[in-house]
Design a protein around this ligand. Structure first.
Ligand code: NAD
Length: 498
């Protein structure tokens, strides 16, 4: 059976042990490969390679870095189908959905192609007689990215193009559940002309992560995953003196007002809830139906949930693929059973779904729960599966209070025809990314992506201007050229403007 290996210093690299973990095809339930598990020695080898590469890469011109990014972008376009199929085979999402994540990730490469503009510093002329001040930003050194299974291409792409284009060298520790996309991207970078050691991949689980968090040669850590691990990564890496950005889990609410186009809102909510089998950090998992919207909305959601075509991700016409593991199916289905026992109405029941010819696949069907309350476990926990919970409230302010009381604050949406309601909502809601009649409001790459509250530990969102700030630190230079300007006698008092 094939073993997926690390990528260190520009080449596939076997680790120091033969320890591996299984990689499944979620649509069939079969183990299709093994992935190497990095030891601290393997992580150290990657850090050493990245540190050596940093010496020259950090001295490369902006023009050279930009050219590599343009070439890399072109290769991502040419190999989109191949990469999408690799993702689909290990994650389970449809090939079209995988293409979508590649396109959204590629947008960050496009932003990185224009970093020359973003990296311009400030210049203040004549702050004192004959004295000017300017600032500029420099890369940190070796930086690491630790990423989740649900976007094996896009989430790492939120990080490495910005880190590399700003002159850092990068070590990616992708999810061990769908590791192949990382190695494929590493080879695209090689073909784009990126020098060896600038982009490295180490595979593995907790041991590999801990080795990165503790390694003195790693300057910064970008993490995306569940909230408990985000918190852990943040604590451990900051106490090791590193800069950390750590994005966590989510429970995204979409509020539907009675004045909204309910048929259209239901369509968007269905796609937002069941797309990628609900395994998106921006998935719509709670529909908050306000006042009279409730009955009509639930009827439309029921109709649309029953139309979702579930099947293997590479079969034409599939809307929704399997979950990532058998354990995920069990967790999601148990949560639905618990919700029913706690008083929710199971309007559409996806439990126990079998897909013809794929009886051992990790499938569960779209599930719609109505009359869910905030006390129920299905509301309180991130299910990360194809379950849409409808909560009914009487007013928009009640909806806002409900969302603000939720510990997560990643994304939210409001469906309405009222500009005044939308303005009130976006100003009062304690959530980082907001959609107005847009169900999954993932910001464009030239803005930054990040939630509030338990959806982001620390204070740095990813990509866009915040990403550039994260991967660089500023220097401020105060300059005087005494021969060219008025001579000033050296003094022992603290320099002040004159
Ligand atoms: P996860 O937290 O289990 O794993 C994320 C990464 O951490 C993986 O690389 C994994 O190997 C590593 N890891 C897991 N357990 C660890 C441990 N005990 N110690 C050290 N490292 C560990 O997350 P997942 O299941 O891969 O992904 C789903 C989660 O990610 C969901 O909670 C989802 O909301 C979240 N997510 C958030 C965003 C966002 O932008 N906020 C985006 C995508 C996914």
């Amino acid at each position: 059976m094939k073993t997926i290996q690390h990528w260190i210093a520009g080449a596939r690299t076997e680790g120091s042990t033969t320890d591996t973990a299984p990689v499944f095809n979620p649509a069939t339930g079969h183990e299709q490969a093994r992935v190497a598990l990095a030891t601290p020695a393997d992580v150290d080898a990657a850090v050493q390679a990245a540190a050596r590469a940093f010496e020259t890469w950090s001295e490369s011109s902006l023009a050279q870095r930009t050219q590599v990014m343009f070439a890399f972008r072109q290769l991502l376009i040419e190999h989109e189908e191949e990469l999408a199929r690799i993702i689909s085979a290990e994650h389970g999402k449809t090939v079209d959905d995988a293409r979508g994540e590649i396109v959204r990730g590629r947008e960050v490469v496009e932003y990185a192609c224009g970093l020359g503009d973003v990296l311009k510093g400030n210049f203040s002329d004549q702050v004192s007689r004959g004295v000017d001040v300017h600032d500029f930003r420099q890369p940190l050194g070796v930086v690491a990215g630790i990423t989740p299974f649900n976007f094996p291409a896009m989430v790492p792409l939120w990080m490495h193009p910005i880190a590399i284009a700003t002159g850092n060298t990068f070590i990616l520790k992708p999810s061990e559940r769908d590791p192949s996309a990382a190695d494929f991207v590493a080879d695209l970078y090689r073909r784009a002309g990126l020098p060896d050691g600038v982009f490295n991949v180490v595979h593995g689980g907790k041991d590999a992560v801990d080795a990165l968090l503790d390694h003195p040669g790693v300057e910064a850590v970008s993490f995306v995953g569940s909230t408990p691990i985000a918190r852990y990564v943040h604590e451990r890496a900051t106490s090791a003196g590193k800069r950390v950005q750590a994005l966590g889990g989510a429970k995204n609410h979409a509020v539907v007002l009675p004045d909204a186009d309910l048929e259209s809102a239901a369509g968007h909510l269905t796609a937002g809830a069941y797309g990628s089998a609900g395994e998106r950090c921006m998935a719509v998992s709670v529909a908050v139906a306000v006042g009279a919207a409730g009955d009509e909305l639930v009827a439309a959601l029921e109709r649309k949930a029953r139309e979702v075509k579930v099947g293997p991700g590479d079969a034409p016409g599939t809307d929704m693929g399997p979950l990532i593991t058998e354990a995920s199916v069990e967790r999601v289905e148990n949560a639905v059973t618990d919700a029913a026992q706690q008083g929710a109405t199971v309007v559409v029941d996806g439990r126990g779904l079998k897909v013809d010819g794929h009886e051992n696949g990790f499938f569960t069907g779209p599930t719609l729960l109505d009359r869910v309350t905030t006390a129920m476990d299905a509301y309180r926990t991130e299910l990360f599966g194809p379950v849409l919970a409808v909560v009914r409230v009487d007013t928009l302010d009640e909806a806002i209070a409900l969302i603000n009381a939720n510990p997560y604050g990643n994304g939210t949406a409001l469906f309405t025809d009222s500009g005044a309601a939308a303005r009130h909502f976006q100003r009062k809601i304690r959530v980082g990314m907001i959609g107005v009649n847009v169900p999954v409001p993932v910001p464009m790459s030239y803005y930054s992506f990040g939630g509030w509250k338990d959806s982001l530990i620390g204070d740095s969102p990813v990509h866009g201007p915040e990403g550039v700030r994260f991967y660089t630190r500023p220097k401020v230079v105060t300059t005087r050229w005494p021969r060219a300007a008025q001579q000033v006698t050296a003094g022992f008092t603290f320099p002040t403007s004159s």
